[in-house]
Design a protein around this ligand. Sequence first.
Ligand code: T4K
Length: 400
Amino acid sequence: MSHSPVKRTARDLAILGGPKAFDERYHVGRPEVGDRDRMVQLFNEVLDRRRLTNRGPLVQELEARLAEMLEVKHVIATCNGTLALEIAERALGLEGEVIVPSFTFVATPHSLRWQGITPVFCDIDPQTHTIDPSRVEELITPRTTAILGVHLWGRPCDVESLKAIADRHGLKLFFDAAHAFGCSHHGRSIGGFGDAEVFSFQATKFFNTLEGGAVATNNDALATRVRRMKDFGFSGVDTVVSVGTNAKMSEISAAMGLGGLEDLDRVLEANRSNFEAYRTHLGSILGVSLVDYDTRERNNFQYVVIEVDSETTGLVRDQLITVLHAENIRARRYFWPGCHRMEPYASEQPGAGERLPETEAVAARVITLPTGTAVDSAAIEIICSVIRCAIENAGMLEGS
Ligand code: T4K
């Protein structure tokens, strides 16, 4: 679908009047569909069986498959990742304040705030983009009940340092692993760390169930509480033992997931080779750096993130976004401007930005680029040529 030259001049930039690099849009987050034949077969089975939801066989099969893959005792599937976070927080008995990075999708702090818990924003390590353990202890107060780390871009938090702090202060430790399905830390699958880990299987994720999520834990009692809470607090047919909500995954979502698992290696291979293509083509562009993964670990390469150094490139990040969008490359500014600058946190914690200098700096320079099976190395070469050309012609873009 691409039709434009790889070697481009200012005249080739759409924003300066040239033709668009692509006729159709390349999106960050374009969903993967998985093994369609297997899915349709499973959809038909669901419809024939008339067991559409409520502890159906496909949800149970998916949970068992995921527990095995994630090397964890319990996986409890839910209808999305946000409710999975909320239920994990309830089941852990959290209240008061929870320390959490601001550089994440807003669902992370919202899951706390929705149930009256104050998210206390902690700065990130600018190298890893994950919560900086050296900044956690100064935020602990008598009201703190937990630390919630986020394995952003699928890159694991410094789990050991966070655990040492949590243990020292008697806090719970759990992780938002929405991006980290299929990733490892010190060779162990993400899924079994801390008191619990929470996944999102939303459509844009590496592994998706249309909408969906899960709580993973090795703690039997916690798993029982989560399982009940996602089902109105029922422990039996007509016995309710706790407060609960409805966060059940449907059988159609589970069918989507089981079909997706059949195809996951192909998605991973596409992501991996796309990442290498970006590395090759971005390598020589001064002022643009690719956020790398640890090659000793398992990664899903779902997020291709670059940092734009405006001093070196002469271009601010948002100018580059405008150039890319004009070419039909729907790059994203995940996770700008940081949750502390979103409501209600901006009003409730107006000074938070002062203690989050790395969050503010990183949020201002990151761009997420398209990947997945819809993108190939030829498209990536063109995307990178657009970035190079924009930087080479930064002066001409100022007034555009
Ligand atoms: N924690 C973290 C760290 C998270 O990143 C997320 C979710 C959560 C927790 C909460 O989990 P869930 O409750 O969502 O399970 C998207 C997703 O909606 C959200 O799930 C995700 N993180 C976040 C990073 O991205 P948007 O608003 O950026 O999505 P949207 O609609 O702009 O879609 C992105 C691109 O994908 C678009 O350019 C179009 C394309 N797309 C999207 C969908 C849904 C398609 O082509 N087809 C589609 O069906 O939030």
